[in-house]
Design a protein. Structure first.
Length: 164
């Protein structure tokens, strides 16, 4: 935001926001009025405006955040299921605090009133669909892909887009 207060020092990488705005809608009147002239008249009255702003932070690529095959739990065809072992760490918790604080600063500077914040933690991958789960490297023991995005153990298979 260009001032000392908004300079962050306790996390790496960045984040973004997504949001929207609107007025209270039809659904608030449907249940109580249902139909008729009174219902139609109520629909002409605009409700108060509300805005939602949600932050999405980037997770650092921790080596212990991973996806593995679970040979103990098989699916209906007898194939191993997938187990995700991932968690947020201090960097992401610090970033989440800044996401909320900077949102308030932006909205106040834009003239918004009655700002209410919320902190609704979600599991990794729920918001921005973390990518890079197919680790790239030279050693097949520590990585899935080579520098050309080929699977080490299956050289005619290329992994593209988010997993790479």
């Amino acid at each position: 935001m260009g001032d000392k207060k908004s300079e962050q020092k306790d996390f790496l990488r960045g984040y973004g926001y997504q949001g929207g705005a609107g007025r209270r809608g039809i659904s608030e009147h449907v249940a109580e009025l249902g139909y008729g002239a009174e219902f139609k008249e109520k629909l002409l009255e605009p409700g108060p405006w509300r805005m939602h702003l949600g932050g999405f932070g980037e997770c650092l690529p921790y080596h212990d955040n991973k996806m593995t095959l679970n040979y103990e739990k098989l699916d209906e065809w007898g194939l191993p299921t997938i187990t995700f072992d991932a968690e947020w760490k201090e960097n992401e918790f610090n970033m989440r605090k800044d996401i909320i604080n900077q949102a308030v600063v932006m909205l106040e500077k834009a003239g918004f009133k009655d700002i209410k914040t919320f902190d609704r933690p979600a599991a990794p991958g729920i918001g921005i669909h973390e990518m890079g789960t197919a680790r790239m490297g030279r050693d097949p023991k520590t990585s899935v892909l080579n520098k050309y995005n080929q699977i080490h153990s299956v050289p005619n298979v290329y992994v593209t887009d988010a997993p790479a």
